[in-house]
Design a protein. Sequence first.
Length: 278
Amino acid sequence: MVNYKTLLNQAKVKCNEQGIESTRAEWLMLDLFNWSKANYLMHMDDEVTLQHKNLFDDATQRMLNDEPIQYILGKQTFYGEVFKVNKHCLIPRPETEEVMLHFYNQLHSGDCVVDIGTGSGNIPISLKKLDPSLEVYATDLYTSALSVAKANAKMHQVEIRFLQGDTLMPLIEHGIKVNGLISNPPYIDDNDAFIMDNTVLNYEPHTALFAKNNGYDIYDKIIDQLPEVLLPNAKVVFEIGFNQGQTLKQRIIEKYPSLDVQIIKDINNNDRIISFVW
């Protein structure tokens, strides 16, 4: 048998041969065994157990096949908390933390808010943990995604009211009105698929990535339905693609000319947020 250092080095060589960053192999080993860097240094000269070798070999092969490490591990960190993820939901991104915080900072204690297209439930759960007084709803079109979100809510011990259905229809059907609406909907144009990494294109659900009408289809549906669910002075926040800000702003203003629609950049200076008060 080999030791952990040799096993890791072998995986790094395979990564380099396939043009994958070798640091991904180290990330995989540490998270797979629930080790810190210090744990690895303590054990790197130990003989690898058969169970660990089989586990790491299988995970390494999946990584070499371009499967996202988050799906291999079944988890992803968002705003300092761990969330379960699988192939039925989009992997939460760091930039979405900025979107969530921009929304949260506009809310008041006791507000009723909703996340549209919740996926893993990372946004509503984070909001509820930040302010337990919020009444939080979350919707998704797919029951498979809602199953992940519900499991995460249970794991984090927060009460989220999950509703299944398309865009705002579940709220409309239940007569629910909200003080705040946030959404990170599918917004990628089908024609942009060729520029995406295989880890995303081959494994993450296309229903959570791509939208018709040059990526604006879901935005348009939500925008059309806003009068039926928003209370006066409700806060609305969308995550957007880096090149969608001006076009989406114009679409909103054409429908609701009195709104003051803001485009906000993320930490990387890319347009990331559309924000307005109803």
